[in-house]
Design a protein around this ligand. Structure first.
Ligand code: GCU
Length: 430
């Protein structure tokens, strides 16, 4: 840890609020677009804890392990491996779903093989327009699977769900069907991809007072320790368990699964993609603090807010860093880098100041050297490294192995966001 603390590299983080983007121009014109440089100390993804430089893919594999250990110990906590007794039960298959456009499958994952133990349902739609094993988006959802659409065949969850005020005190009712965030399932299917969703609350309740529910209670040895199994850790783990099922389903191309999450669930999707290399792509929509955003930006949500409003999301040790946002010996670009060379899509909204679009953008920038070392583009920007002098314009998508877009509007997931992600899937999966 000490060596991490003492190693910095002081790349200039050029904060450019309000400047015109240079991405659509052939070259940056720094003279006409004066940046507001702020030199920030930020951990170098390509320097090992012992100070040696990472120059090869083999060395990077070791550095990636260091990064995962660091974030396990300090932020997201330990997660168990796949439970030996876990079982899957496909309890419904309907080839005539969504007006005959898709096959719907519903699967229960019994985490410890016990019907009365913690369990989650996976809801899957596979389009009929595509033959063979189908690539898909796996979403971690805010509400039960029945909040995805008004499809009355989707089973209501038996887990507690949140009321309108976010308090987890309800049982699922018919009235909640289709009340989740925009999922654009029909658009996704029409583009030739499947869509699967799981409910975060089936895995672990999003509640600081019941954070030992769900799968967390299966692992008493991972509680009451600084690097405890956290809620975000559990959600990410649940995504991997859904992928375990997909590897058994011949209708799904498990080698082409894009893991998706929005906001707090985008934080979990990011950690799932970083830890589980079977995910072929990661989509982290407005994940903000504890997700893609750099704490070093000093804007948007702070560690203090995260650890006081949502202490269950992270391991206990993370609260050690309260008020240290811009002094952290690590930052979230390292989690993005741990996904390299697999593609990641990062989406921001201009008005989502809590998530800090610039902090999300520059996280992609600082992860890029790893992508480039591994022979991919990372986030391409005009001109030359080390850092671009301007954010992309609102409405622009920068498409490399790291894809970044920023759109007008506020915190949310809208059709425009899905279109950017589907375009990336076309680039990498077709
Ligand atoms: C809050 C929280 C964010 C989180 C968001 C969400 O705004 O501060 O960290 O991303 O909720 O999940 O919607």
């Amino acid at each position: 840890m000490t060596s991490v603390l003492t190693r910095w590299f002081g790349l200039a983080l050029l904060l450019t609020t309000g400047l015109t983007s240079a991405y659509s121009q052939e070259q940056l014109r720094p003279d006409s677009v004066p940046p507001r440089p702020v030199v920030l100390p930020i951990a170098d993804p390509l320097t090992m804890n012992n100070g040696s430089k990472v120059n090869t893919a083999g060395q990077w594999a070791k550095r990636r392990e260091e990064i995962l250990q660091l974030f396990t110990a300090e932020e997201y906590g330990q997660s168990p491996s796949r439970p030996a007794k876990m079982t899957f039960k496909v309890f419904e298959t309907d080839k005539h779903a969504l007006n005959d456009k898709a096959t719907r499958k519903q699967v229960t994952v019994l985490f410890n093989g016990q019907p009365d133990g913690p369990q989650m349902d996976i809801l899957i739609y596979l389009p009929h327009s595509v033959k063979g094993p189908i690539p898909l988006i796996l979403q971690l959802g805010f509400g039960g699977n029945y909040t995805l659409s008004d499809d009355s065949a989707v089973r209501l969850t038996s887990t507690w769900v949140a009321s309108g005020k976010g308090v987890i005190d309800h049982r699922a009712t018919e009235a909640c069907r289709g009340k989740g965030p925009n999922n654009d399932v029909e658009l996704i299917l029409s583009r030739g991809y499947g869509f699967a969703t799981i409910y975060c609350g089936d895995i672990a309740a999003d509640d600081k007072d019941s954070s030992k529910d769900g799968v967390l209670r299966l692992y008493p040895g991972l509680q009451d320790r600084p690097d405890n199994f956290s809620t975000i850790g559990a959600w990410a783990w649940g995504l991997s368990r859904a992928l375990d099922y997909m590897e058994t389903d011949k209708d799904i191309d498990a080698r082409k699964v894009a893991v998706f999450g929005f906001s707090r669930l985008g934080k979990a999707a990011l950690w799932a993609g970083a830890t589980d290399e079977r995910f072929a792509m990661v989509i982290s929509n407005e994940s903000g603090a504890g997700g893609v955003k750099l704490f070093h930006s000093g804007r948007g949500e702070t560690i203090k807010h995260l650890c006081t409003a949502f202490p269950h999301w992270f391991c206990a040790r993370f609260s050690h860093y309260i008020d240290q946002d811009t002094l952290l010996p690590f930052d979230q670009h390292l989690v993005v880098a741990a996904i390299a060379p697999r593609p990641i899509c990062i989406g921001s909204a201009e008005g989502d100041k809590n998530s800090d679009p610039e902090g999300e953008f520059y996280s992609a920038v600082y992860a890029s050297p790893v992508y480039r070392l591994l022979g991919t583009t990372g986030l391409p920007w005009p001109g030359h490294p080390p850092v671009p002098a301007a954010m992309p314009s609102v409405g622009e998508t920068v498409a490399g192995q790291i894809q970044y877009h920023i759109r007008p509007g506020s915190h949310g997931i809208i059709t425009y966001d899905w279109e950017q992600y589907l375009n990336a899937m076309d680039r990498f999966f077709k």
